[in-house]
Design a protein around this ligand. Sequence first.
Ligand SMILES: CC(C)(COP(=O)(O)OP(=O)(O)OC[C@H]1O[C@@H](n2cnc3c(N)ncnc32)[C@H](O)[C@@H]1OP(=O)(O)O)[C@@H](O)C(=O)NCCC(=O)NCCS
Length: 153
Amino acid sequence: MQPAPQHLIRDMRSGDLATVVAIERNAHISPWGRISFEESLNQGHICRCIWQHQALLAYSVVQRIEDELHILNVVVTPSEQGQGWAHVLMNDIFTVAQNDRVKTVFLDVRESNTKAQSLYKKWGFGLLAVRKQYYRAPVANERENALVFMRTL
Ligand SMILES: CC(C)(COP(=O)(O)OP(=O)(O)OC[C@H]1O[C@@H](n2cnc3c(N)ncnc32)[C@H](O)[C@@H]1OP(=O)(O)O)[C@@H](O)C(=O)NCCC(=O)NCCS
């Protein structure tokens, strides 16, 4: 992990969504649409973004349910990947978790997404379950397993 240079982390706003959706389309196999981000903001999910030099580099969307956090989305814009920004996002999520006395954090990740799995394992997550054929695969009519990861605090 590289130390992250000067940056700002703040709550996502509706004015950020055009940029967020553009990053999402470039970064994800099955990108969220604008409506999913709007619903997340409206439902009070914890939506955070990292800015540096007026550029939005990365964002996360996390749902709080009682004493659980569910990480719904974690993205670093492709041109900025591999520089430690995902660690910065995870650090922000776990700061919230510790301040809010969260007991368990969950997430789903595609079986093929080994990069994200490596990130989550570094943050202490372990495999809880496999949801068979959960995701639509990039190849038409095929499905892909989801790995459910969990970490207790
Ligand atoms: C997964 C993702 C968020 C990682 O972002 P990133 O900026 O590249 O990550 P970082 O540079 O902070 O690295 C964090 C960790 O990710 C893993 N990682 C990053 N690049 C990797 C690579 N090329 N190969 C394997 N693991 C890699 C490593 O564990 C790394 O930790 P380390 O640097 O201490 O070894 C990014 O690839 C992304 O946005 N992908 C598309 C969206 C997505 O799949 N999100 C996760 C959904 S569950």
